[in-house]
Design a protein around this ligand. Structure first.
Ligand code: FAD
Length: 315
């Protein structure tokens, strides 16, 4: 599967696997709307230390069986041996997944690098290499039909997998400098990654500056900006706790001053829409939207920047 060119106007969505039967029903309802918008791909997160292996696979299987949308599996490797990680990759390939977001993942709270066993794979770059290796061992060659010659087959080298990696416009919390982040991203590309997806951020210049620095450092793969419409001050605080991103003070104040949940949602959607517009104007080759398993906010953002064809929305 080739890496999509990422023409301006493409977009993708991130989902997380449902944790309860109720949230499963809600997710699959939202998914109908998200798929109807014809995203470039839909990615499904993977719980820290493998905690969501089955539910993540279930969502991916559903996407693969019922939609034509490219389905991307997040995979984390912290705490895994080579054998365990290879087995996991094979399991996802067997399910038909050919797009991955390769992540190291966060060590369990309290675990100390160098003291506790944090797995054989020390970085996302090593996981990228492992995915390529497992894929090549599994299917070194495939047969393709020759158009116009019924029954004839041509041998071609194994299908290429799409391997995305994470990028951090404001720096990773464990990184010592922006140079270290750029070196890490370059190493991931050298290892065989062909797409980067950014951590969320709230100001367009943070992403645009990072992309300039990455290009100057030699990164050539596409770097998709990750955008999340944040619909309440509580959610904003929680997200920043999890990601260690700097607080967007103006957005926090605007969310706090909005009177009702509906008014807060409007603030969050308007903010994400303005951000998306600035990113596209600044040259971003696509948008990656963190959905929180809800379709309305992200579709409102796409509508706001003119990327949603009304005919693509379910009646
Ligand atoms: P790496 O690229 O290996 O490292 C990240 C950065 O940390 C590097 O830039 C490097 O500068 C620095 N670094 C790494 N190791 C060290 C070290 N020993 N000392 C100093 N600095 C170091 N997590 C999940 O559990 N499940 C998911 O599905 C998931 N999806 C994500 C999707 C996106 C788009 C993003 C941006 C993040 C996601 N995460 C997810 C979070 C991710 O697992 C964490 O951010 C993790 O800490 C880093 O993973 P990585 O793949 O970027 O690691």
């Amino acid at each position: 599967m080739s890496v999509p060119s990422g023409l301006p106007g493409t977009f993708s969505f991130e989902l997380y696997p449902p944790r309860t039967p109720g949230s499963e029903v809600a997710l699959y309802k939202a998914l109908d709307f998200l798929v109807a918008a014809r995203p470039e791909f839909v990615s499904v997160t993977y719980g820290a230390n493998g905690s969501s292996r089955e539910p993540s696979l279930a969502v991916l299987r559903r996407l693969l069986a019922n939609t034509g949308v490219q389905s991307m599996a997040h995979l984390t490797c912290v705490g895994s041996s080579y054998a365990e990680a290879s087995r996991l990759i094979r399991e996802f390939l067997d399910a038909g997944v050919t797009s991955f977001l390769a992540l190291r993942g966060d060590p369990p709270v309290g675990a100390v690098e160098g003291e506790n066993f944090l797995g054989d794979i020390r970085s996302a770059g090593e996981l990228v290499q492992l995915i390529h290796r497992v894929q090549q061992e599994r299917a070194p060659f495939s047969q393709r039909a020759i158009p116009g010659f019924p029954g004839a087959r041509r041998l071609s080298s194994g299908e290429k997998v799409t391997i995305a990696v994470a990028a951090f416009p404001n720096g990773h919390p464990r990184s010592r400098s922006i140079e270290q982040d750029l070196d890490t991203l370059l190493a991931k590309e050298a290892a065989g990654a062909n797409l980067a997806i950014s951590q969320l951020f709230f100001h367009a210049d943070e992403y645009l500056r990072f992309v300039d620095q990455a290009r100057a450092a030699g990164v050539t793969m596409r770097i998709l900006p990750g955008i999340m419409p944040v619909l309440s001050p509580q959610r904003l605080r929680r997200i920043l706790e999890l990601t260690d991103e700097p607080m967007p003070v103006e957005l926090l104040h605007a969310l706090e001053s909005a009177g009702s949940p509906e008014a807060q949602a409007t603030v969050g959607i308007d903010h994400a829409t303005a951000l998306a517009r600035e990113l596209l104007d600044g040259g971003a080759r696509g948008l990656h939207l963190y959905t929180f398993n809800q379709h309305e906010p992200v579709l409102a953002v796409l509508r706001g920047v003119g990327l949603l064809d009304r005919q693509k929305e379910p009646a």
